[in-house]
Design a protein around this ligand. Structure first.
Ligand code: 5GP
Ligand code: MG
Length: 178
């Protein structure tokens, strides 16, 4: 498969760092005494999660879930499966879900529904990127990094066909092979 045209930068690493620090400040104000369980959704959130938790200077625990991705399709199929669940008990914990990007909202709704069944004390969401124009189902997002235009984003953990996750900036692809 040929790689699409070179990605164009949408948010630089400096803009990302400033945004991560702002989010960390908001989260600290709410969670500093709650020893939250911070749950990252793999794979896309790995870089954001790593940067975010290093800005959180209070006790917390971490775990990760992995849900099925788009594969090489551009749009969510709406059929989501848990590829790898979490082991950490969730009951009575203050859970903060960390997601890379909320598009249709289907993936996040699926994850939230399955976590709610485990009876956490509270559950909130921090997403780095939000495409509100594309929402198909309503999902509560408590902390948002950037509201983005409807472009296909790559870099800083986000992929196209498993490529580009290692880009330090958030970029977009002008043309995406479908
Ligand atoms: P949703 O279920 O909200 O439609 O999609 C959420 C998931 O789809 C995200 O966690 C992300 O993995 C993927 N996704 C949505 N939009 C984009 C995008 O612009 N670029 C990439 N690389 N992945 C996306
Ligand atoms: Mg994701």
């Amino acid at each position: 498969m040929s790689r699409p045209t070179a990605p164009a930068v949408l948010y630089t690493r400096d803009q990302i760092q400033a945004t991560v620090r702002r989010l960390a400040g908001e989260i600290t104000a709410d969670y500093a005494t709650k020893k939250p369980l911070v749950i990252g959704i793999l794979k896309g959130s790995f870089m954001f999660m790593a940067d975010l938790v290093r800005e959180l200077d209070f006790p917390l625990e971490m775990d990760f879930v992995r849900v099925s991705s788009y594969g090489q399709a551009r749009r969510s199929s709406g059929k989501i499966t848990v590829v790898q669940g979490i082991r950490t008990p969730v009951k009575d914990r203050h859970v903060l879900v960390v997601e890379d990007i909320v598009d249709s909202g289907l993936s996040l709704r699926f994850v939230l529904d399955s976590l709610r069944r485990k009876k956490p004390a509270s559950i909130e969401v921090c997403c780095l990127l939000d495409k509100p124009a594309r929402r198909a189902v309503p999902v509560p997002v408590n902390y948002t990094g950037f509201e983005t235009p409807d472009k296909f984003l790559v870099g800083y953990g986000l992929d196209w066909a498993e490529q580009y996750r290692n880009l330090p900036d958030i970029c977009y692809l002008e043309e995406i092979p479908r």
